[in-house]
Design a binder for this molecule. Sequence first.
Ligand code: SR1
Ligand code: MG
Length: 388
Amino acid sequence: MSACGDVSSGYRAMDLDSVAVFAAPYLGQEDAEAQEIGDGNLNLVFRVQAGTSSVIVKQALPYLRVVGEGWPLTLDRARIEAEAMAIHAELAPSCGPRVLHLEPMAAAIVMEDLREHVVWRTALVSGRHVSQVAASLGRYCARVLLGTSRLLMPDEQRRPLLGRFENPELSAITEDLVFTAPYVDADTNRIDQAGESLAAELRADKGLRSAAAQLRWEFRTRTESLLHGDLHTGSVMVRDGDARVIDVEFATFGPMAYDTGNVVANLALARIAASARGELELAAMLDADAQDFWSALIDEAGFLWPSTEPWLDHFLESLRRDTARYASTELLRRLVGLAHVADIDTLPDGVRLTAQTAVVAAARRLCTTPDVPAFADLWAMAAQEESP
Ligand code: SR1
Ligand code: MG
């Protein structure tokens, strides 16, 4: 695929009229209608409909949408996303929406509209459990993370991908917003009044800051696998029994545990929030989801693991430990960094601080743990109820 266009050579952000014209060929009809449905931090997202058919058009903007034109951002992320989706579709078929077209000059992807699905985080925040999707996500992680590692992907196929997926601008966002800003007094941090003293504690904690800096180094240097790069519950569309992974523009080679740590942290955020809302049945279901995610991941990893590599147990042990460490940084950045999560932010004032305190306590346990004998130990650290 060719690099995506730049603002000086014909790129224009689409509006409802132009996107309807652009998408019409993929709907087989001329009289298409569009609506903007994106609420993300980076892109324009439209649903374009004609009769009973519809498609999604996702267009990269030349800046970080949530901040504005003051934070310019490469349009080439649309190419990265489309290429990553193609690799995912090969390794983990039916785990994402089908890509119908990439238009490089417009930095736009036309893809399948998952009309029957909802964003997993939205379902969980509304108190709705969705069955069997955690296990699907575990299998997806095993297939993509092992499938793009040197354990399974031939070097001659993999070497060019390291260059195709250099993603410096989006990786810099992660390095800054996840591993750096939450531990210092950064302008980008967003902290509500209730969380101010927790944030001050974090800034004073040299151990946490040092652990995050080490994780940033590993994120930069351990090119183990092609990561999703932003695998939180807002990047998964679900309906009962079916999970589809979206929003792959942060894809780059990095440590596998970055993705698995994101999943675990976001399930823990959902679990802590459910418990704060008094939804104990949902909290228990999320305990089971977390275990299902991990069990499916390790079952699939065991199935895929090459018989010539007699160190699967060691691999899983270090994946558990590093998942704990990356979960820790993901938890903290969602409390005090730029991009928060609705799970915590929508909690009523009376219980939000309790939940925020539980998140910080979980992150502290996870970040320094020397070893994690079993996934149940990891989850206990992530989701343990705090005594009042
Ligand atoms: C605040 S914009 C950047 C964040 O949004 C994305 O979803 C990623 O989580 C990123 O860190
Ligand atoms: Mg995203």
